[in-house]
Design a binder for this molecule. Structure first.
Ligand code: SAH
Length: 233
């Protein structure tokens, strides 16, 4: 190989390396700012939740053409008419279940896999169900490429939960349902917590907290939210 050609190759390779390092640093800064201005500022204080929101690379969970808005204060389209939830909502739903290192958590609505990745850094194991096959496959590949070993994915109608793997310490539903699916209540451990948006699709819904204590189910309205609809097969 000619020397000039070799030198050119070295220059190109080092430039690519430097560009990718500075892109990494730029995303890291966006993430730190996202946590301080959107999440801590609005009252999220659980250290494990904040740490997970700071470390999971949200831009890797959105389509390439949407990376520029990955850290914006809003939901972002992920294809198939679905969205990755606003960062604050992901953090809120994580904190509200009081996640512990020994928790087994079920998520309904894998979408991009982002909420599952956030949980995976905090709890023991995450089971996540997606109804749209292509999205479920993409998320599953993404999570394994990123090295998440404690997330198990499945393509199915999440209405029925995942009886074989239950009961769960917590269940997060990330699509808006008209009512709480009874199988999900059954698969919640005693003292378990569920968080689920309830209300009519395409309108504003209520984020609801569901607790199971001594066999009794208590629900509490948290605040109005807007989620994509919970669909049925
Ligand atoms: N938690 C996701 C965002 C979810 S958007 C993330 O972090 O990216 C809601 C997802 O719920 C969509 O992907 C939608 O296809 C899925 N969904 C809707 N109804 C469902 C059902 N019955 N079972 C499983 N997934 C469902």
């Amino acid at each position: 190989m000619e020397t000039w050609f070799r030198i050119n190759l070295i220059i190109i390779a080092s430039t690519c390396y430097l560009v990718s390092i500075s892109a990494q640093q730029a995303f890291e800064k966006l993430r730190r700012d996202m946590v301080s201005t959107q999440i801590e500022y609005r009252g999220i204080s659980d250290p494990a939740t904040l740490e997970a929101m700071r470390s999971v690379e949200r831009h890797l969970f959105v389509p390439k053409n949407n990376r520029g808005v990955a850290y914006a204060d809003r939901a972002v389209p992920i294809g198939y008419g679905q969205t990755i939830s606003q960062p604050y909502i992901v953090a809120y739903m994580t904190e509200i279940i009081s996640p512990k290192p020994d928790f087994k958590v079920l998520e309904i609505g894998t979408g991009s896999g982002y909420q599952a990745a956030i949980l995976a850094g905090i709890v023991d194991s995450v089971y996540t169900i997606e109804i749209i096959e292509e999205l479920g496959k993409q998320a599953s590949n993404r999570l394994s490429d990123l090295g998440y070993k404690n997330v198990v994915t499945k393509i199915a109608d999440g209405y029925y939960g995942w009886e074989k793997r239950g009961p769960f310490d917590a269940i997060l539903v990330t699509a808006a349902a008209a009512f709480i699916p009874p199988p999900l209540i059954q698969q919640l451990k005693p003292n378990g917590t569920m968080v689920i948006p309830i209300g009519s699709p395409f309108l504003v819904q209520n984020l609801m907290l569901v607790n199971k204590r001594k066999g009794k189910v208590r629900t509490k309205n948290l605040f109005p939210v807007r989620f994509v609809p919970f669909t049925r097969q």
